[in-house]
Write a protein that binds this ligand. Structure first.
Ligand code: XMP
Length: 418
């Protein structure tokens, strides 16, 4: 570690990683440590500054840390994101600590690759690859660290978008020359999910089944020590930390079963936000098309079909979603909108087609702007484009007779409906 480093001491508040991220944005490397980290460990990192995250009163408890003799700053949990908070951080780093700002994302990638190499040694590693940005960046990083000792497993759970399984397979094998095993487990997942309507239960079942499939594949490969997952920081935060309530269990975090047949789980991106993961992808040489893919949740369309999942409903959603995405692209909005997708709502309603009564599904369209998925604003897609999309879906997907557009931001809604 050759960069200047700032230590953030976590006194049990929520925004530590957000502050670390703001500091990284200013080209300074910041590491979050628990407040009970021995002072010797902190000293050994040779920090140029220390930030205490919490109430101003905590400073009085920190005589030993003060004795390290580097500038200190106390940051109260709520202000960090304001303009004055940003100025405070800037002044602390560059005026008080006299930092150069010499850290770039390439440093993160290099250091993480070196650290994975050291942790894994000659061990074998499995990577859970979904084809999304997070797991792909993760896989490429681990591949750079240990090459053919990495095997990626892509579980096609039948909850992917139209043609997605084939696309993921082609990209990984052709573009990256990564060992990839594709498991077609559609029936297995749908079997487990039959009759299940509760969103959290669906998420937990999908998460658990994923792990079971990995464990089985790992046994076939033999002596696999590590499992790599593309967990990113918002996944962890939203799955509930000491201080944050559970909003929904992201399948790669809260959905994990208690007993897992691997020595260790490696999560190289767990401190990063989505846009930072994209930057890592770019410095690793991953194509723009892949790096800028919109996020897709681990449980896939499983959380976009409200209520019970059936193959019929999934196929309807796949078609509607494909049309929505195609039209967004046709109208040149795909680079402007952060995430856009269709939802098969639990609602059916009366309509009329060719003078005949219909009783069809209602599809909801969701499109949002966001930076890090923690908050989101609904996208103001022009009415005429919405009209084109709506007309195409009801014309081409015979089971659908009504389209609604979601005009809710996050909070209070979340991005996904379940
Ligand atoms: P929510 O719905 O929580 O979504 O506002 C925030 C972002 O996370 C994605 N998402 C997930 N990603 N596993 C993932 O890897 C999950 O279980 C999961 N659930 C939601 C969602 O698409 C959005 O970008």
């Amino acid at each position: 570690m050759h960069n200047e480093i700032v230590i953030i001491l976590d006194f049990g508040v929520q925004n530590n990683q957000l502050v670390a991220r703001k500091i990284r944005d200013l080209s300074v490397y910041a590491e979050v440590l628990s407040c009970d980290t021995p002072v010797e460990t902190i000293k050994a990192k040779n920090p140029k500054g220390i930030i205490l995250m919490g109430d101003a009163s905590i400073v009085t408890e920190c005589a030993e840390i003060k004795a390290i003799g580097v500038p200190m700053l106390t940051v109260e949990p709520n202000e960090v994101t304001t303009e004055s908070g940003a100025k405070l951080l800037h002044d602390f780093l560059f005026t008080k600590c006299h930092l150069k700002g010499d850290w770039v994302m390439q440093d993160f990638a290099d250091q993480m690759i070196a650290s994975i190499k050291e942790t894994v040694g000659d061990g074998k590693v499995l990577c859970a690859l979904s084809g999304g940005v997070d797991s792909t960046v993760c896989a490429v990083m681990v591949h750079k660290a240990i090459g053919k000792n990495l095997t990626c497993i892509f579980v096609d759970h039948g909850l992917m978008r139209l043609n997605e399984g084939d696309e993921v397979e082609a990209i990984c094998k052709k573009q990256f020359d990564i060992n990839l095993i594709r498991i077609n487990a559609q029936d297995r997942f749908l079997g487990k999910l039959a009759g299940v309507t509760d969103p959290e239960t669906k998420r937990k079942i999908i998460g658990e089944e994923f792990i079971r499939v990995f464990e089985e594949e790992a046994k076939k490969i033999g002596s696999v020590d590590f499992l790599v997952q593309g967990t990113i920081y918002p996944d962890i935060l939203e799955s509930g930390t000491k201080n944050a309530a559970v909003i929904k269990s992201h399948h790669n975090v809260g959905g994990l079963p208690d007993v897992i047949d691997f020595k260790e789980i490696i999560e190289p991106l767990k401190d990063l936000f989505k846009d930072e993961v994209r930057n890592v992808g770019t410095v690793l040489g991953i194509s723009d098309a892949m790096v800028n893919r919109q996020p897709f949740p681990g449980p896939g369309l499983g959380v976009r079909v409200i209520g019970e999942l059936t193959k019929e409903k999934l196929d309807i959603l796949r078609e509607a979603d494909f049309i929505f995405r195609e039209e967004i692209k046709n109208h040149g909005l795909d680079k402007q909108i952060w995430q856009y997708f269709a939802i098969l709502t639990g609602l059916r309603s009366v309509g009329v087609k060719n003078d005949e009564r219909t009783y069809g599904y209602t599809i909801a369209l969701r499109a949002i702007h966001s930076v890090d998925a923690m908050t989101a604003e609904w996208a103001k897609i022009p009415y005429d484009i919405l009209e084109t999309i709506s007309a195409r879906i009801v014309r081409e997907v015979k089971e659908v007779n009504r389209i609604v557009y979601d005009v809710t931001s996050k909070p209070p809604a979340t991005i996904e409906w379940e």
